[in-house]
Design a protein. Structure first.
Length: 260
């Protein structure tokens, strides 16, 4: 056997060990979400998730041009957000919810792990009712309750471990870089199931708070119409709303059976 062959076998062995460790670690992180009742793979503790979100708030504010300098608007969004939390299942969770309006014309809203929720003034300008604002915020609140970001991080950890295994096994830098690009694409967006879950539970949160859940339908309609102009940044993290309208309406129609 040539020396090169021995090196290749050794790389394959190390690569296999890394892949196995990554996969076992991922599978060992399974736990049940008390809000959704679903089994999840989570690599962060609640405390780590909250800390991660809080540490990222300042950078998100800078990235979007700072906070919107209208305290009346900020106060109104905080009031809506706090009502959604305090009058729903979110009240009894450890997440530290905070609500911010960003001084950006892009149409976007998003949540960080652990509690921070952001909406841009560009998004607010597209919404005509308080119910629609509540629809956006309730959707983002569910992303936090369901720990969707933490799930993505766990998947990313698995992906990075497998990418490392590919690099070690192949000894090929270009192969590793290609695998990294694919991994980033896979982990970029919330999955369809995450979006539907946020829509469904978002409807339930709105109802429990006393908001008309059709406000969430208004949000989807506004976003669908916005696609004919400048592409909302919202679509970089949230899939196309067109096919979600029917599912939201069905949830509203069957809320008495679906919502706790």
């Amino acid at each position: 056997m040539r020396l090169d062959d021995g090196g290749a076998i050794l790389r394959l062995g190390f690569g296999a060990v890394i892949a196995i460790i990554s996969l076992v670690s991922y599978l060992a992180s399974s736990e049940v979400n008390p809000v959704t009742g679903e089994n999840q793979y989570i690599s962060l503790t609640v405390e780590q998730e909250i800390s991660l979100g809080q540490q990222s708030v300042s950078s998100m504010i800078r990235q979007y041009g700072g906070l919107y300098q209208d305290e009346e608007v900020q106060s109104a969004v905080r009031r809506i957000g706090r009502a959604l939390v305090n009058e729903s299942v979110a009240r009894d969770t450890p997440w530290q919810f905070e609500f911010y309006v960003l001084n950006s014309d892009v149409i976007n809203a998003f949540a960080l792990p652990g509690g921070p929720v952001f909406i841009t003034v560009g998004m607010l300008s597209q919404l005509e009712t308080e119910e629609a604002v509540a629809g956006v915020l309730s959707h983002e609140i569910v992303h936090i309750l369901a720990r969707h970001s933490a799930q993505r991080i766990a998947k990313s950890d698995l992906t990075n471990g497998l990418i490392g295994a590919v690099g070690v096994a192949s000894g090929d830098r270009e192969t590793t870089q290609a695998a990294a690009v694919i991994g980033s694409l896979v982990n970029m967006q919330y999955g369809r199931d995450d979006e539907l879950e946020s829509d469904t539970l978002g409807v339930c949160i709105m109802i429990s708070t006393g908001y008309n859940p059709e406000g969430l339908l208004e949000v989807m309609q506004v976003l669908a119409q916005a696609r004919t102009g400048v592409q909302p940044e919202f679509f970089s993290t949230h899939p196309n709303p067109d096919n979600r309208l029917g599912a939201i309406q069905q949830t509203i129609n069957n809320a008495s059976e679906i919502c706790p």
